[in-house]
Design a protein around this ligand. Structure first.
Ligand code: NAG
Ligand code: NAG
Ligand code: NAG
Length: 293
């Protein structure tokens, strides 16, 4: 299968998407200030910007920029942030056929205040993301079942993620599950439904496998998953760049060894942390060494 998605060359939606994300979109509202405000205090910041975030969309954007035919199944509000988000997805040549808009909640937002030392306070209102439901997934069944790889995270309702993973596995689609943000009482079905369970250090500590007596990790032998440990600097969006890149390799270079896919994905995430912002830092295929493709 040839990867098309060079910037400026959209793929035709009649073709099956190779990478499908069932996940979140969040609008980041970022204020830069000299210090963090105290309770009840109003302070002046020196810069404000709006960014596109949400783990689902981030991972999808990275896969698309590497050339994957990608689609996202997600829900935003019927508001200006939602409209802008859909435009952003289109600009990244991601199919928005199953990007739903609802009147019942606002587009997910992350309000972020960052001081000069880089310390931050963040409030996430998941909003429309939590309304992605079973009916929405059923409408998207054909795009999920024809994919090579489906990615899920935990910024939509766990029930919706579980249903999407079940649908994918039933159709023989590889599932890449990123248990983020970490959840202590993760439903054990997430382990059996994941072809690859991909988490970072803090996420592994929060889930079952980080029990103090375990030396690192030893996945239960009766479960059919692989566990991938990622240790990246916790910089904005690097983990999502890694997961998106891994989905790209799983979909387009299935014959590479997992080790090689991890090396290449790690390289791409390392490139992303050298630029500013989240999605704005994700590299395109044209900016990367040919040896990665
Ligand atoms: C979104 O809002 C517009 C008007 O602002 C309306 O025409 C449209 O039907 C709404 N769509 C949904 C899905 O609610
Ligand atoms: C793991 O990822 C989460 C975001 O999902 C991040 O907040 C956290 O800092 C990361 N932890 C490490 C050790 O990289
Ligand atoms: C992967 O390997 C199989 C058998 O070794 C081969 O039939 C297939 O064409 C290869 N796929 C790709 C994408 O190279």
């Amino acid at each position: 299968m040839a990867a098309s998605g060079e910037p400026g060359r959209p793929w035709q939606e009649e073709e099956a998407a190779a990478v499908v994300v069932v996940g979140s979109c969040m609008t980041d509202l970022v204020s830069l200030t000299s210090r963090l405000p105290k309770t009840g205090e109003t302070i002046h910041g020196h810069e404000f910007f709006i960014g596109f975030g949400g783990k689902g969309a981030n991972q999808c954007v990275q896969a698309a920029r590497l050339g994957a035919k990608a689609a996202i199944v997600c829900k935003v509000g019927n508001d200006s942030f939602g409209n802008d988000y859909i435009e952003n997805l289109k600009q990244n040549h991601i199919s928005t056929e199953f990007t739903y808009q609802t009147r019942d909640a606002a587009t997910g937002t992350a309000s972020i205040i960052v001081n000069n030392e880089g310390q931050n306070i963040i409030v996430i209102v998941a909003g429309a993301n939590l309304l992605l439901n079973s009916e929405d997934l059923k409408k998207a069944a054909s795009v999920i079942s024809r994919a090579k790889v489906m990615i899920c995270q935990l910024e939509i309702s766990p029930a919706a993620s579980l249903e999407a993973l079940t649908m994918a596995r039933r159709s023989g689609v590889k599932t890449l599950f990123n248990p983020a943000p970490a959840m202590a009482d993760l439903d054990p079905q997430f382990y059996t439904l994941s072809s690859i369970f991909c988490c970072n250090e803090s996420e592994v500590q929060t889930t079952h496998f980080g029990s103090p007596q375990s030396e690192g990790l030893h996945p239960c032998p009766q479960l059919s998953y692989m566990l991938v440990f990622i240790i990246v600097l916790p910089l904005q969006g690097a983990g999502d760049s890694f997961v998106g890149a891994l989905a790209f390799y799983l979909a387009y270079y299935p014959n590479l060894s997992l080790e090689e896919m991890l090396k290449r994905s790690n390289f791409i995430a390392a490139v992303s942390v050298q630029a500013t912002g989240t999605q704005s830092s994700y590299p395109y295929k044209k900016d990367l060494p040919l040896a990665l493709f």
